[in-house]
Design a protein around this ligand. Structure first.
Ligand SMILES: NC(=O)CC[C@H](N)C(=O)O
Length: 380
């Protein structure tokens, strides 16, 4: 039997639908993602911690779920919001269905709601805090659904000022030598290891580590709060700064560490939160965006080459264009809103990209940024 579910936003809007996954309550920032595929990679992307993702693509779940498409060890998204859940699963890779997958992992979601109305609202008003309620948690609202829901939403102050990188980060260092997935073969172990690379885990996605390993990086993944001295003691050829959730500004431990690593002349490459932390360590400022960028179809222009790349994106903060230090050059810009998408230091070999060159899900247009990091390490 289908159970009802409700989504209520901080502006008081109510969406009635059906419960998806676990029944209960989930609170977070509601965003929309325009990717047509990759719901499992999206759910397991640690950068979605404390966010509930609305998928604008209307028909979700038809390829099921499988153990190879996990981008981390668990689901981090606070919830999933879907128009229509596919009643059938059909893929040779499928090992289960999305509804059971979410239920088994205690992830609350909602489907059968008008995601176009919701997306237009988010586009006009900006990302909203919200709550999904179903089962006993919905019954607890009694006759005053909106009043009750607004009270629950008020317990979450939003993402601005929130340091989540150290919350999602690994607790202990580990080595990574796995390459990217190959059809019918799975994940190869990479034995060609030419570069000693330390990767800061602020919420890293596995496909990033795989693409680095495949290019000859012998990876040591370290916790978010690892001091620079510990990293430099490993004599790395390069340091990678991962993606991650929350606001980059309160990650002062990481900003300080990156300053020291740059001062030591070690090449640095940052993706998304890592790009923001590199920028902050270089004297830039970051800001919260209205809706952020979440999708797999975002055009980004390479400033010098005049080339346009279609990219994967997932961020709600951005580097502030109006306050850039002299040591940073803007290398890429979003063609949607002109925001900064890439930076490079003018004095040392360090660069960052706001989007997701590893895709997963998304187009592979800009995967060459990983080669750029290798070239930087070779040039030092
Ligand atoms: N994917 C990411 O690394 C996201 C970075 C940061 N949490 C933001 O929302 O902007």
């Amino acid at each position: 039997m289908t159970e009802i579910g409700c989504l209520v936003l901080e502006d008081g809007s109510v969406f009635h639908g059906s419960a998806l996954g676990a029944h209960g309550e989930s609170i977070g920032e509601v965003v929309f993602n325009t990717a047509m595929t990759g719901y499992q990679e999206i759910l397991t992307d640690p950068s979605y911690c404390k966010q509930m993702v609305t998928l604008t693509y209307p028909h979700i779940g038809n390829t099921g779920v499988n153990s190879e498409d996990e981008e981390s060890e668990k689901v981090w998204a606070a919830g999933l919001i879907v128009r229509e859940l596919s009643p059938l699963v059909s893929s040779y890779r499928s090992q289960g269905d999305l509804n059971s997958y979410m239920r088994d992992r205690n992830v609350v979601g909602i489907h059968d709601i008008d995601t176009r109305r919701l997306t237009r609202l988010l586009r006009d008003k900006g990302a909203q805090r919200g709550v999904i309620l179903s089962g006993d948690a919905l019954a607890a609202a009694g006759d005053d659904l909106v009043g009750y829901a607004l009270g629950r939403i008020a317990t979450f102050a939003g993402l601005a000022g929130l340091d989540l990188a150290r919350v999602v980060s690994t607790q202990a260092s580990y080595q990574w030598h796995e390459g990217t997935w190959e059809n019918l073969k799975g994940f190869p172990t990479i034995t060609d290891r030419r570069f000693n690379v330390v990767a800061y885990d602020f919420g890293v996605k596995r496909n990033i580590l795989r693409l680095l390993a495949e290019r000859g990086c012998d990876l040591t993944v370290v916790p978010a709060q690892t001091p620079a001295a510990e990293v430099l003691a490993m004599s790395p050829d390069g340091v990678f700064l991962s993606n991650g959730p929350g606001d980059p500004e309160p990650c002062t431990y990481a900003i300080e560490a990156v300053k020291a690593i740059i001062a030591a002349g070690v090449p640095v490459f940052g993706i998304c939160l890592g790009h923001q932390i590199l920028s902050l360590a270089s004297g830039a400022k970051t800001m919260k965006m209205k809706t952020g960028h979440h999708g797999a179809n975002h055009p980004v222009k390479h400033e010098a080459g005049e080339r346009v790349f279609i990219t994967s994106q997932n961020h709600g903060f951005a580097v502030d264009d109006s306050a850039l230090p002299d040591v940073l050059t803007v290398t890429h810009r979003s063609l949607f809103d002109g925001t900064v998408q890439g930076v490079r230091r003018t004095d040392v070999k360090a660069f960052g990209f706001q989007g997701h060159p590893e895709a997963s899900p998304g187009p592979h247009d800009i995967v060459t940024l990983f080669d750029q990091f290798i070239a930087d390490m070779e040039a030092v």
